[in-house]
Design a binder for this molecule. Structure first.
Ligand SMILES: [Zn+2]
Length: 196
């Protein structure tokens, strides 16, 4: 097994280690109705894409540390000054100024409620969440936007009070490091690797 491609940044440049693509043997495609005549070949492809988080990196880093970060427009003269956004918006959609990063963890722990939800019995390719997936849209006091995430325990209901949980052990540094459970859930019930 070759080493997965890994990336770090030094002197403002990507430094690559390991393999970013793999040569995998072709296999023949044959016609079962015509004496297994050759019709073509499969061309397996396996690539590593380098996905930069840019100004959103602090959001994902914070999840791994048990913190939920949001942003707020603090620009004088903006009609939307003081508006808080999560999902994390690096820039204000109204004045296009750079937003301030704020810690929303306490507000999330005390005011998060299910706005609406969707239970997904069948998923697309590469899903790693347990099915059915309980997608929830979450509202917070004083926040202008609704956050899409997933409920790890219990059944979703409208206006249900939920609290965030974070994958602080073995984080993936993706949005899956954030999940939610009903308020009152005990620490021992949380999925592996997650903490409050
Ligand atoms: Zn603004």
């Amino acid at each position: 097994m070759s080493m997965f491609g890994q990336v770090y940044v030094k002197d403002n440049k990507y430094k690559l280690k390991g393999e970013f693509h793999h040569l995998t043997p072709n296999t023949p495609i044959r016609d079962a109705d015509d004496n297994w005549k050759l019709l073509g070949v499969t061309n397996p492809r396996d690539m590593t894409f380098i996905h930069s988080y840019g100004g959103e990196a602090i959001f994902f880093e914070s999840l791994s540390q048990g913190k939920l970060m949001a942003t707020r427009c603090d620009q004088d003269g903006c009609d939307s000054k003081g508006t808080i956004y999560i999902p994390f918006r690096t820039h204000c959609p109204d004045c296009l100024g750079k937003n301030s990063v704020i810690d929303l963890t306490d507000i999330a722990k005390t005011t998060a409620k299910v706005h609406t939800f969707m239970v997904c019995e069948r998923s697309g390719a590469f899903n790693v969440l347990e099915k059915p997936i309980k997608f929830i849209n979450i509202e917070f006091d004083g926040v202008a936007t609704i956050l899409m995430s997933y409920l790890s325990l219990g059944e979703p209901e409208f206006n249900m009070e939920v609290v965030p949980i974070f994958k602080t052990t073995g984080p993936t540094f993706t949005i899956l490091d954030l999940s939610w459970v009903p308020k009152g859930t005990s620490e021992s019930q949380l999925p592996e690797g997650f903490t409050f």
